[in-house]
Design a protein around this ligand. Structure first.
Ligand code: AHR
Length: 500
């Protein structure tokens, strides 16, 4: 019996809803086909945005969307994507498949999408191949209200009122596809570019995100922060609101990656073990951030995370299209529990990517759409959005296939929402063992339990022929006890309990 202790009296930090954010790039069939089909498409749409996809994303309360990349961002010239569509430049998407990008989805379309979704906006600017002037004019175009050349152009293009930019990324992966810079060079560029990401509205601050590290490149984090906070630039509110981190799970390493659907038990454990590494990454990058920002004013922004497998056979390798199984559901459940536990530092995270790319929550084929197992985890975890993380712990056993891939059998996180309900999310990483859990809740009598679960054998997935094979099911296996609740969590599962 695994003992779990929950102390709702000890509120630790607010779980920003933006931790449940998403990422959309001009990559493969993410934007085109996946989200945007154009006004004249036979697929049901509103102003070109697929209605089925928009509705599905609203149902998981998508809080924020990042766009237009990714690597694409540092080659994106925003002026190509405004004005009458027939006049928009056709360019080659050099990063992703060498296909023609007709720029029919640009700034106006992105804000229309976010309007329909009811979510916040995260724009990623081009520092790698763009100029300071270009970045500064984009911000003016999007947000300036009054008389200015960019505001005038926006009005001419059909949008008189400015939009609200909530987050702005000053470059992406500038250690790699965003310009192959070293930390010192990038940090100096960051200092310069961010100066011109202006707040045109006195009552709205655009949160600026500095490009952080790839995986465990602690030297980058240290180097960037050192230069950013040196010489006559004292800590000022709004100079840097976030520092990003990118981490993908490749079970067989970056070169080989591994199949999304064809894997054995050893690879199952390897994958989940790699997902757990997120915890160490947050701790170690966080410890460096603490030296410069002990009050934790700067958020860690994990704006790319998820599984990255070998793309589906027969698809364009530059499109990064992969299937999604119960293993992905576990990666999502584990990672989101880790983010919740670190919500004092992690302020936003964006799963890569929203539709048809990498660990997508949605896959489409023509007019058909399916929700992946990962989607259903986001659905169950949505109750944590803006709730208070509370103190909790669980006894674990060590499981795994080989010495190298040993790990705890269970992970958890617990929050209290605005109505006082307690939300417990648990993952069982074992491929074949179920576990009994006895949860003791300090100073609280439980009168009502609602349980839901995503669970199946490890390869289970949804297909266009069998779209609801994996879905959220009712979980009746929890019982009220003297001190809390007890339950048995099946193998390969992600579970949510709501207690009142
Ligand atoms: O998400 C796919 C790519 O992964 C992004 O474009 C890039 O930022 C990262 O390397």
């Amino acid at each position: 019996m695994a003992k779990m202790v929950i102390n709702p009296n000890r509120k630790l930090s607010r779980i920003n809803r933006q931790i449940y954010g998403h990422f959309s790039e001009h990559l493969g069939r993410c934007i085109y086909e996946g989200i945007y089909v154009g006004e004249n498409s036979p697929i049901k749409n509103v102003n070109g945005m697929r209605t089925d996809v928009v509705e599905a994303l609203k149902a998981i309360k998508i809080p924020v969307l990042r766009w237009p990349g990714g690597c694409f961002a540092d080659e994106y010239h925003w002026k190509d994507g405004i004005g009458p569509k027939e006049g928009r430049k056709k360019i080659v998407n050099t990063h992703w498949g060498g296909v023609v990008e007709d720029n029919s989805f640009g700034t106006h379309e992105f804000f229309e999408l976010c309007r329909q979704l009811g979510c916040e906006t995260y724009i990623n600017g081009n520092l790698g191949s763009g100029t300071v002037q270009e970045m500064s004019e984009w911000v003016e175009y999007m947000t300036f209200e009054g008389v200015s050349p960019m505001a005038e152009q926006r009005e001419k293009n059909g949008h008189k009122d400015p939009w609200k930019v909530d987050f702005f990324g000053v470059g992406n992966e500038n250690w790699g596809c965003g310009g192959n810079m070293n930390p010192d060079f990038y940090a100096n560029e960051y200092r310069r570019y961010q100066t011109y990401v202006r707040d045109y509205k006195a009552d709205h601050h655009i949160q600026k995100i500095c490009c952080g590290a790839n995986v465990d490149d602690y030297e980058w984090t240290e180097g960037v922060l050192k230069t950013c906070f040196s010489h006559s630039l004292p800590f000022q509110h709004g100079f840097m609101d976030g520092l990003s981190l990118h981490y993908y799970v490749h079970p067989e390493g970056w070169e080989t990656k591994g199949s999304a659907t064809d894997f054995d038990k050893k690879v199952w454990y390897k994958t989940l073990n790699k997902a757990l590494f997120m915890d160490e990454l947050i701790r170690r990058h966080g410890a460096i951030m603490d030296q410069y920002d002990p009050e934790k004013k700067i958020g860690m922004i994990v704006d790319e995370w998820g599984t990255w497998f070998t793309c589906e056979p027969g698809t364009n390798p530059g499109f990064l299209y992969q299937q999604n199984t119960i293993r992905d559901a576990l990666v999502a459940g584990i990672t989101l529990n880790i983010f919740n536990k670190h919500s004092d530092r992690v302020k936003m995270a964006n799963l890569a990517q929203i539709v048809n790319v990498l660990q997508a929550v949605i896959l489409t084929e023509g007019d058909k759409m399916i929700k992946t197992p990962t989607y259903h985890v986001f659905d169950m975890y949505k109750y944590h959005q803006d709730a208070e993380l509370v103190d909790s712990s669980i006894e674990t056993e060590t499981i795994g296939d080989e010495d190298e891939w040993k790990m705890p059998n269970l992970t958890e996180s617990v929050s209290v929402d605005g109505d006082g309900a307690l939300h417990i999310t648990l993952t069982n990483l074992s491929a074949d063992e179920s576990y009994d859990i006895d949860a003791h809740i300090v100073d609280r009598k439980v009168s009502e339990i609602r349980g839901e679960i995503v669970s199946d054998e490890m390869h289970a997935m949804n297909t266009f022929e069998d779209p609801d094979h994996v879905r959220v099911k009712k979980f009746d296996g929890a019982r009220i006890t003297e001190n809390g609740v007890s339950l048995t969590i099946p193998a390969c599962s992600v579970l949510h309990l709501e207690l009142r």
